[in-house]
Design a protein around this ligand. Structure first.
Ligand code: C2E
Ligand code: MG
Ligand code: MG
Length: 453
């Protein structure tokens, strides 16, 4: 009898232990599905939910994405931003009973529901926009964080995880909240894929071209240099602007090959056409800041210069002002090494980025290129007039840079009036359609012969 009681007791204990363990594993599993900061279901849970939604269908997801979390983390502090994220997650979760909130990480939230009526969708988007236009209390201050909101129908819009992550992981660094249309976003994405394919094709077929835009020297009225500008013409897509494909090339790494190609092509052109004898002191080549990450860049440029038997002073590298503030350490190191080789530098698009004056005089820039938008505000090419404050800003910028002993180049000169204004301000060099558009190599040679004789 005693033996039976003891046996029963042991079995009960064992069962209890199993129940406790299973519960523990369940709890732990649930915990692993929650974001530890916001308490909402995490990205893993979202992916699981999506898999289920693709199977079940008739699902509706609203993606809510905070603007540039990295920026807010550095300015407000991670602790404050985490508080806002938590409050936002709680608000999103509580706002619609029939929808579940997921925290996909990096300030991206997803609200997911099933069988949501079409009429309700606009209401949901509107309510989110309204809430995020208001501030979130954050320790001692109140902060408004812009969000991007995008509604997705499953399976009509999206039926694969890859497409879903396209919405979730899309970058947003905007300053204003906005509602995105999923189909527009898909079109934009597909265009990117096509442009990417065109880049690979052009690299393989060696069909990239380099055009040259003349740069006019005020002192002697001659063309004294030229900017090398890459051109991509695709059989299917036609002409693709570098403004569109360079950022894509920077993201997929093809910029390294493209950059080397343009550098080599400019050196070859300068040498083969004996441009020095025709009054061209140097060619300006745009350098992407991403190229500066390449530890072989300096050696590669050096090798190209010696292969072409060209002195480094005939190449002037342009760095964009907006790029200058990021990755300063590595950028400075590369620029210094290239500077030692004898290559000179221009600061491109001055006035469009974050004018970092102290950084500017830390770097060995010879020329500052004032962006066309600054000139056009001061004196518009079509309207023939400008804002008087923009004119003052242009004048003061030019005189400040002159005092700092920089040479000044103004881009985007389209009219004689603009040329006269800039001549009066004693700007050293002018570049723009008034003189010439960027030209294929042969046409540039014809232009040069006519202009410099
Ligand atoms: P950027 O370096 O500031 O080049 C000047 C841009 O302004 C060129 O556009 C040029 O065609 C245009 N431009 C010059 N004068 C005028 C004018 O009077 N009116 C107007 N409306 N436009 C004028 P493009 O060739 O489309 O190049 C755009 C940008 O793409 C360049 O701006 C540069 O940032 C980038 N890019 C072009 N080629 C290369 C390259 O080989 N490497 C890299 N990394 N970037 C490049
Ligand atoms: Mg440039
Ligand atoms: Mg520029």
């Amino acid at each position: 009898m005693l033996y039976k009681i003891i046996f029963g007791f042991v079995v009960m204990e064992a069962l209890l232990l199993i129940v406790v363990c299973v519960r523990g594993v369940e709890q732990k599993g649930k915990k692993n599905m929650k974001n530890s900061i916001t308490g909402a279901w995490n990205r893993y849970a979202f992916m699981k939910q999506m898999k289920y939604s693709f199977k079940k269908g008739n699902a509706f997801a609203v993606i809510v994405k905070f603007s540039d979390l990295k920026y807010y983390n550095t300015t407000l502090g991670v602790h404050s931003v985490n508080r806002i994220r938590k409050k936002a997650a709680e608000w999103l979760d509580a706002a619609w009973k029939e929808m579940q909130c997921y925290d996909c990480g990096n300030g991206v939230f997803a609200l997911v529901g099933f069988g949501i009526e079409g009429s309700k969708e606009k209401e949901i988007e509107g309510k989110i926009m309204e809430r995020f236009q208001d501030a979130w209390k954050c320790i001692k201050t109140e902060i408004v964080i812009p969000v991007q909101v995008c509604s997705v129908h499953i399976p009509d819009d999206v039926h694969t995880m890859e497409d879903m992550l396209l919405v979730v992981d899309r970058e947003f660094s905007g300053k204003e909240s906005e509602i995105l249309n999923f189909q527009d976003m898909l079109t934009e994405y597909q265009r990117k894929i096509m442009v990417e394919a065109a880049i690979y094709k052009a690299l393989e077929n060696k069909s990239f071209e380099v055009y040259y835009q003349p740069i006019w020297d005020r002192e002697n009225g001659n063309i004294h240099s030229a900017e090398a500008l890459i051109r991509l013409k695709d059989e299917e897509l036609g002409f693709i602007s570098p403004e569109e494909f360079i950022p894509i090339a920077e993201r997929n790494g093809t910029i390294f090959d493209i950059g080397l190609f343009v550098f080599e092509e400019a050196c070859r052109f300068y040498k083969e056409k004996n441009l020095q004898a025709q009054g061209i002191d140097y060619i300006e080549v745009n350098l992407s800041v991403i190229q500066c990450m390449d530890s072989n860049l300096v050696q590669n440029f050096n090798e190209i210069l010696s292969q072409k038997d060209l002195e480094a002073c005939h190449i002037n590298l342009e760095i964009t002002e907006s790029a200058v503030t990021d990755n300063q350490g590595i950028l400075k190191r590369t620029v210094r090494a290239l500077d030692h080789m004898g290559i000179r530098f221009s600061l491109d698009d001055y006035g469009t980025g974050y004018s970092n004056i102290s950084f500017m005089y830390d770097m060995p820039f010879t020329i500052i290129k004032i962006d066309k938008s600054i000139l056009w505000k001061a004196l518009h090419p079509q309207l023939g007039q400008g804002d008087y404050r923009a004119r003052i800003m242009l004048e003061k910028t030019v005189s400040m840079l002159q005092e700092m002993k920089y040479q000044i180049l103004v881009e985007g000169v389209e009219t004689e009036e603009q040329k006269n204004l800039l001549e009066k301000m004693q700007c050293d060099y002018l570049q723009g359609y008034f003189f010439s558009k960027p030209l294929p190599a042969d046409e540039f040679m014809d232009y040069l012969q006519a202009a410099n004789t």
